[in-house]
Design a protein around this ligand. Structure first.
Ligand code: ARG
Length: 590
């Protein structure tokens, strides 16, 4: 379906043309004086010079052509030359009726479907998830869902941190604690045990401990590096132990991501490309891209137009070891082979922006990607505490994601119990659903690149621009529909009965609904879930305003009532589809 703004502009352009002016002057925008009109056109002002006429004269000519318009109820020329526009009620009603009949509520799938890989999540094996990983998961999941809904083919890859130094640290510490384990016996030739020699909590305790030891003790650090080397060079006991670490850790990660309603198609880790690194490095040398500088192997990536210094991309350290970027480059190589994407999108902390600039330039220069492959860095800002500093626990430590979710759920539980009588069990279940919405909406409603303040009290509030407010609105609609059914009505039988709006608040609600296709399209094109949040917030406000002004269930004119029920059902469907794009859902009751 055409966007409502395009239909309106089309009508206006035609009027400009009929009045003898250039079509393109007829572009319409939302009114910036909603108290005076719904839409406006400033084309007469823009055309004054070209036609050597007072703008008001042009505006008058155009308004005269619109007197019988089916789109505008009122098209008024006002000094000094604006066209103030009010939409025709029948036109609005029929647009909404058409929206109802369309499977995607008027949204057209993209004309250019692309294959997109989204790299998000990025947790590190054996380290607990923390709030930094939360943003990547929440934003990446939504960007993925939106792109998919628009008709792109999207693959989400978690890109696990499962290789390199942290692994060596863990293994070294394990060896110190349990030297008798068969994994460390290099003469052992039998099969390795199926049961892992540790639990997830042991693993999570070992890593920070080992990391601290390595910082304080050089010999310890050297031992850990030797372990990393053994793992990477394929010593069987170390590989077997590593497999246990991955399995235990991934089981735990899956549980955590599931709780967040986040799903990855690929669980590839940095380790998946280890074997490709030597070949890739060779090709970079042969191609004349990589050269040795101060012992390290580097590729220059600066460009003439740079205004700040972009350092070379380091491929191998002087000891021959691969780096974080070597892995990212090899991962690009692998993705280009296995997924053949048109685009790769990275949802990563914006402090890694320069790093990714180097990686992208290096990938282009060394021809790991096609000339038309788009590499996109979607950097997100920091989640801060109320003090404006990166969010910490009360004790000042890094906040574990699990604990953060628990805090939100507990607060939600408290608020639910405060507001109505319900069993603990039901309130707990509802608190989980609403808590997730509070958390995700609190994050997604901000432009991703901006920092934001994590404020439990505000996020869980049922008023204002929050997840719970959106859910309350949906639940309110559901309960009115349920009442209609209880009174003998059949919602399904009337869903298409949308009529022209009878009052202003109903018309406003319809005009908000009508912005659906434009909002989702913009959110996809700009990787901007916050545009969907803004859309549903305006929609929820418009609905609640309508609801307070209109006695729906008590209406005696059955046909009028059916029209409203149909409008409610559409509002519910649109809101529920939109929150699914954001990655959360609504309960039946709250
Ligand atoms: N594991 C990294 C971290 O915790 C994030 C990975 C981001 N993705 C990437 N392709 N480098 O900081």
């Amino acid at each position: 379906m055409k966007k409502i703004l395009d239909l309106i502009s089309e009508e206006m352009m035609q009027a400009f043309e009929q009045a003898g002016y250039e079509r393109t002057l007829g572009r319409v925008t939302l009114s910036n004086r909603p108290d005076l009109c719904e839409y406006q056109c400033n084309g007469a002002m823009a055309g004054a010079k070209q036609y050597k006429k007072a703008p008001i004269m042009i505006a008058n000519d155009v308004a005269a052509k619109l007197s019988g318009s089916a789109v505008f109820e009122k098209a008024e020329a006002v000094a000094p030359g604006f066209l103030n526009l009010t939409l025709n009620r029948e036109f609005v009603g029929s647009y909404i009726r058409e929206m109802r009949a369309d499977q995607k509520y008027g949204l057209e799938k993209t004309q250019n479907p692309a294959k997109i890989v989204i790299d998000y999540g990025g947790p590190n094996v054996a380290k607990p998830l923390h709030v930094g990983h939360l943003r990547s998961a929440i934003i990446g999941e939504s960007v993925k869902r939106i792109a998919r809904y628009m008709g792109h083919t999207v693959v989400g890859d978690i890109h696990l941190g499962d290789w390199g130094q942290p692994m060596g640290l863990i293994m070294n510490e394990l060896r110190r604690r349990k030297p008798e384990l068969v994994y460390f016996d290099e003469n052992y030739t039998g099969a390795y045990p199926e049961e892992p020699p540790f639990t997830i909590s042991e693993l999570e305790e070992i890593y920070p401990f080992a990391s601290k030891c390595a910082k304080e003790d050089e010999a310890y650090r050297a031992d850990a590096m030797a372990c990393t080397y053994k793992l990477q060079s394929g010593v069987p006991g170390y590989r077997a132990l590593w497999n246990h670490i991955i399995a235990v850790s991934v089981t735990d990660l899956k549980k955590n991501y599931e709780r967040l309603n986040v799903e990855f198609d690929l669980w590839n880790g940095e380790s998946a490309v280890h074997d490709r690194i030597p070949g890739m490095v060779e090709a970079m040398k042969e191609g004349g891209y990589a050269y040795v500088s101060e012992g390290a192997l580097v590729v220059d990536v600066k460009e003439e137009s740079d205004t700040k210094e972009i350092p070379p991309c380091m491929i191998l350290k002087s000891d021959g070891a691969a780096l974080y970027n070597t892995t990212d480059l090899a991962t690009i190589l692998m993705r280009m082979e296995s997924e053949k994407p048109d685009r790769i999108v990275y949802v990563v902390d914006k402090r890694q922006e320069l790093y990714f600039e180097q990686v992208f330039r290096c990938a282009r220069k060394t021809k790991l990607v096609r000339g038309d492959t788009e590499l996109k860095f979607l950097g997100f800002g920091t989640m801060n505490g109320k003090d404006g500093k990166p969010f910490k626990t009360r004790e000042g430590g890094v906040m574990r994601l699990e604990n953060l979710i628990q805090e939100i759920n507990d607060e939600m539980f408290r608020k639910i119990q405060e507001s109505r009588e319900t069993s603990d069990k039901e309130a707990r279940a509802t608190a989980q659903v609403v808590g997730l919405a509070a958390l995700k909406y609190g994050d997604l409603s901000n432009q991703a690149s901006k920092d934001y303040i994590f404020d439990i009290d505000r996020f869980t509030s049922s008023e204002g621009d929050t997840g719970p407010y959106i859910l309350y609105t949906i639940v309110r609609i559901k309960s009115i529909l349920a009442k209609y059914t209880e009174n003998g009505g059949d919602v399904q039988a009337v869903v298409s009965d949308i009529k022209a709006p009878v009052n202003d608040s109903e018309k406003l609600l319809m005009m908000e609904l009508a912005k659906y296709n434009a909002s989702v399209e913009a959110a996809c094109a700009e990787y901007a879930p916050h545009k969907i949040c803004a859309y549903i917030y305006d929609l929820a406000n418009a609905f609640n305003h309508f609801y307070h002004e209109t006695k729906i269930v008590a209406e005696e004119d059955e046909s009028k009532k059916a029209g409203w029920i149909a409008l409610l059902a559409l509002t519910r469907d649109v809101l529920e589809t939109a929150i699914d794009l954001l990655g959360f859902s609504a309960p039946e009751r709250m």
